[in-house]
Design a protein around this ligand. Structure first.
Ligand SMILES: [Zn+2]
Ligand SMILES: [Zn+2]
Length: 1019
């Protein structure tokens, strides 16, 4: 029969059977059962699909030359054929048939355009149900039989989509098969208009009593297949067709569903609803050209949470909401990437003097218009160049086509924005996403799970944690300028949402809200002169809600905590990505940053709990790449609580120590890389507070520092936090670096490249951290010994004030090192070994960008603050390249030849002035040793004159959070600060998480400290 169908399709046989023949074929199918299909072979499978398409086309009204009787017969035949096809695929899954059979079925469905054959049938079914001409005239009630027939049509179309879903999910597909099928499917779906016709019939049916339940069921089924289909492959053709206006009914169905769901959950209004599709505007290959005019009021009632016309129901289902949120997010992200041309910031928009737009719509349009103008100019330029070259005005090169394509896409997007396509409505999207997230938070009330909130220190009970979560959703920030404030009510309906579904709704909702802000966010990154108040408010509210959700944990039966949201989802939300260009831009609008972080002071505890507890590689890797740049980290640091930073550094040190053992698996390797990346990110965040003494700031120039000024440091905890980072994270990082270096350097010496994604990148991050911290540590360790002339009386006075413990004893001799300096000096020169970091950093600077950045600062600080140390290092390294083989050696620093090669003219890091300074310092550059022969830069002067704020290590160690055993690896609990510890009975200063840690630390040296500490306490 399949072979016969193929012959028919190729025109070798009559194009239509008589009703008798069709009935005979149908009966033959029944008789054979579907058992026989396993023998039909490849050609047969294709043939059955062809016949299915043929039967669909013949069953459509107005099919030429087909009688009503034939049509009815074909209609029953196509249903039977579909069942047969489903059986083929099911048999393949049960290993009765070849596992590739579903792929063959799907390929045949696409190649023979069967999906399109559904459209005329769906259109014919929908038109009698919809008000004619949109005039609101009631239509005659359809018969129950007709409704049943329409419903089975909806169901059949869903079944076909499910075939694709199953085929794409099968294990037997090769990558090529998979990608080929997924992209062919998305192209075909976009071109066929099937989803649009489907949505239109579903909406039409939902407004009739008999059709309601069935339509809702069908919508749930469609929701399920859309959900999974969207996870496969590149969906851009599909998404483009949504934003091009070709799918008004589908866009309406999905968005109205979400609005109705939000209203049902929180009792809030349904305004913000997109306009309904104009009746009869079904799209598809034939009708997508003329875009429908939006209507003021929806002609079709709101589709409720289950696809019903809005009314109260028992359970709440999110199977349509989730793909709807996903699609909407994709549409918005498509708009943002069109506006930015794939970069992460927007074109330079020249806003009028009045300032940035007061609503999201005009902002989005303005950005898009600007981008279109730029693209048009580029295309004109290319045309002119092509004409000049004599090639006519034809654009041929790939870049030309790309520019023209981008221009076309941008113009399309702008038109869609002007039409106010519902899926591009960033205002409604933001509000809806936040409302759904808040409703999901309300759904957790009375939750039987035991919940705790990292982001809320006071939330000790589940109920308090949930209340804090709800409170983190600031409704005042969601309203549009000019519209009424949102009145969200009781939300008993939210109670009908189970926690698992609530989480999904929350992170998808927050994802949508984030996408809705993207265009505006990118615009600010692009150097927008100001930030609209509405945007600032929204950014702050979004962060607050996101961090609250990510910081919610549940306590498992064995007492351990697990993230409430999946690690991947949470990390996706917490990721901060800002373009590289922006990070180097001094004119960063600080107001935008303020908006980001006003709600983000809880970011670090949440992040700490994730890196502490997420033991999967993927989770940690994404956590490691979370913040876009060191600058972001430094801002984040300044918005955090010092105690949180200390705790974070403690956790990081433990992870670094654990990463030192050679990884056994690729997973462990990725984890090591993730930890190193986080370490690198922490580099810049805290050196500032370690040595920028307020008394030395330019504001006090020419004035003696006032003692009260020094005493009233605005952030009293910061110097301690800085010391904590130095004392915990740096030694652990140095040890990891020493474990990684031999392998990486051997590879480099063998002519290999630096593997930035592997150990090479990890070593680079670790070395960068150590080099970044060298200047503040030098300031702390080499204070007044740098020469009495170098550090003025101001710095000395400031240092005395900072050294609260040691100042009185050493004040008599200003040139002698204070107790604090002695301690920091011992820490720096014996525990950290900066010579090693400098030597490796110099070697990496020839290869890796990362190490170049902090290297000049580190060398400069060394040359001005501790020239004799530098001299000793260079002397130990020798003039020749002994450093290369002596990688593990203790003494050798950077050799002079390596310094000259890297810093000299033409070197990877050409800094001739710095090189001259170093040569003068080590006494071999011919510079007069009496005074600096080189003009000192501002940074050098600052390093020379500044004083350290950090307390001495012995004092800082007493306030370290967590376990006092420096070798402790206990990662229990959500943070280092929250680790339960017991005080040492001898000194009351040390604290331990367990007896083993106490014993280990006692042997490692606490024996001595403890007695000294106890004696000091008594005296
Ligand atoms: Zn411990
Ligand atoms: Zn003790």
């Amino acid at each position: 029969m399949g072979v016969q169908a193929l012959r028919m399709a190729s025109g070798k046989e009559a194009c239509a059977w008589s009703p008798t023949e069709i009935t005979a074929a149908s009966e033959a199918l029944d008789r054979l059962g579907t058992q026989a299909l396993r023998w039909v072979g490849d050609e047969g499978v294709t043939g059955v699909v062809v016949m299915f398409g043929l039967a669909l086309r013949r069953a459509a009204p107005n099919s030429p030359g087909i009688s009503d009787a034939q049509r009815a017969a074909y209609a029953s035949l196509h249903s039977k054929l579909l069942n047969a096809i489903i059986k083929v695929c099911r048999d393949a899954a049960d290993h009765v048939l070849s596992p590739r059979a579903p792929l063959q079925v799907c390929t045949a469905l696409i190649k023979t355009h069967v999906l399109r054959s559904f459209c005329p049938l769906l259109a014919a079914a929908a038109s009698p149900l919809l008000p004619a001409g949109g005039a609101g005239q009631p239509q005659p009630r359809p018969s129950s039989r007709a409704v049943q027939a329409f419903l089975s049509l909806l169901k059949d179309a869903c079944c076909v989509l499910l075939l694709f879903h199953d085929a794409l999910g099968s294990d037997y597909l090769s990558d090529d098969d998979y990608n080929g099928l997924a992209s062919a499917l998305h192209e075909e779906l976009a071109a066929s208009g099937l989803l649009e016709h489907w949505a239109r019939l579903a909406l039409a049916l939902a407004s009739w009593e008999e059709g309601e339940d069935g339509a809702a069921k069908a919508q749930r089924r469609l929701g399920c297949s859309l959900w999974t289909l969207l996870d496969y492959g590149d969906t851009s053709p599909l998404v483009r067709s949504f934003t091009s206006g070709a799918c008004p009914s589908l866009a309406y169905l999905l968005t109205s569903h979400l609005v109705a769901l939000a209203a049902e959950l929180d009792g809030g209004p349904t305004y913000g609803l997109p306009t309904a599709p104009a009746d009869g505007s079904a799209a598809g290959p034939s009708s997508s050209s003329s875009a429908p005019q939006p209507r003021a009021r929806p002609a079709i009632p709101l589709a409720g949470s289950q696809g019903y016309v809005l009314r109260h129901r028992e359970t709440l289902d999110v199977s349509v909401a989730v793909p709807a949120l996903g699609l909407w997010s994709q549409a918005l992200s498509n708009a943002a990437s069109t506006a930015t041309g794939g970069f992460t910031c927007c074109p330079d928009v020249q806003w009028p003097a009045a300032g940035v737009p007061t609503n999201p719509w005009s902002l989005a349009r303005g950005v898009m218009e600007c981008r279109l103008g730029q693209l048009q100019a580029a295309v004109r330029e290319r045309r002119a160049a092509a004409a000049e070259a004599g090639a006519g005005a034809v654009l041929g090169a790939p870049e030309d086509l790309e520019a023209a394509g981008a221009e076309e896409q941008c113009a399309g997007m702008l038109a869609a924005l002007r039409r106010r396509e519902p899926l591009l409505d960033c205002s409604a999207a933001f509000q809806l996403g936040m409302r759904l997230a808040r409703a999901a938070a309300c759904a957790l009330r009375g939750c039987t799970l035991s919940l705790i909130a990292t982001s809320c220190a006071t939330a000790e009970t589940t109920e308090a944690a949930v209340q804090a979560l709800i409170a983190a959703h600031d409704t005042a920030a969601w309203t549009d300028p000019g519209s009424l404030p949102l009145q969200l009510q009781g939300a008993e309906a939210a109670g009908r949402l189970v926690p698992e579904k609530a989480i999904v709704l929350a992170w998808r909702g927050l994802g949508l809200a984030r996408r809705a802000l993207d265009l505006a966010r990118h615009m600010c990154d692009g150097g927008c002169p100001g930030i609209a108040p509405w945007l600032k408010r929204r950014l702050g509210a979004w962060w607050q809600a996101t961090i609250a959700w990510a910081g919610l944990w549940r306590v498992e039966a064995n007492g351990t905590a697990a993230p409430f949201m999946r690690v991947r989802d949470a990390c996706g939300l917490l990721a901060i990505k800002i373009s590289r260009a922006v990070c180097h831009n001094d004119a960063w609008p600080s107001t935008a940053i303020g908006a980001f972080y006003s709600g983000a002071h809880k970011y670090m505890p949440v992040l700490e709990s994730y890196i502490r507890n997420s033991l999967t590689c993927s989770g940690l890797q994404s956590a490691g790449t979370l913040p876009g740049s060191a600058l972001l980290w430094s801002r984040m640091g300044s918005y955090s609580r010092p105690g949180d930073v200390s705790s974070f550094a403690g956790t990081l040190a433990k992870l670094l120590r654990a990463a030192r053992t050679p990884p056994a698996s690729a997973d462990a390797k990725g984890r090591r890389r993730g930890i190193a990346a986080l370490t690198g990110a922490l580099a810049l965040s805290l050196e500032g507070p370690s040595y920028e003494h307020p008394a030395l700031s330019p504001a006090s120039e020419g004035q003696a520092p006032q003692p009260d000024h020094i005493a009233s440091k605005d952030k009293p905890g910061w110097p301690h936090a800085a010391a904590h980072v130095a004392l915990t994270a740096l030694p652990a990082a140095a040890a990891l670096g020493r474990a990684l270096a031999p392998g990486v350097l051997r590879r480099l010496d063998g002519g290999g490249a630096l593997e930035l994604e592997g150990d090479g990148g990890a070593l680079g991050d670790v070395v960068a951290l150590l080099l970044d911290w060298l200047p503040p540590l030098l300031v702390a360790a080499e204070g007044r010994r740098a020469g009495s002339a170098a550090v003025g009386s101001v710095a000395a006075a400031a240092a005395d004030a900072a050294d609260s413990k040691a100042s009185s004893s050493s004040a008599s001799d200003p040139s002698a090192p204070s107790a604090s300096e002695r301690e920091w000096s011992a820490f720096l020169w014996t525990e950290l070994d900066p010579a090693w970091a400098l030597r490796v950093g110099l070697r990496l600077a020839e290869t890796a960008e990362a190490c170049r950045t902090p290297l000049p600062g580190a060398l400069l600080a060394l040359a001005v603050r501790a020239p004799s140390r530098l001299q000793a290092m260079v002397a130990a390294a020798g003039t020749e390249e002994q450093g290369r083989e002596a990688v593990g050696g203790a003494l050798g620093g950077p050799s002079l030849s390596a310094l000259r090669r890297v810093l000299g003219p033409g070197g990877a890091l050409s800094e001739p002035a710095l090189l001259a300074l170093i040569e003068a310092a080590v006494g071999c550059g011919g510079g007069a040793s009496g005074g600096p022969s080189v003009e000192l830069s501002g940074f050098a002067k600052f390093i020379r004159n500044t004083a350290s704020l950090m307390p001495p290590p012995s004092e800082a160690r007493r306030s370290l959070p967590g376990c006092s055993n420096p070798a402790c690896t206990n990662l229990a609990g959500l943070s280092e600060e929250a680790l339960s510890v017991q005080q040492c009975g001898g000194c009351d200063a040390a604290r331990y998480c367990c007896r083993e840690c106490q014993a280990a630390h006692w042997e490692a040296g606490h024996k001595r400290e403890c007695r000294a500490g106890a004696a000091a306490a008594e005296s």
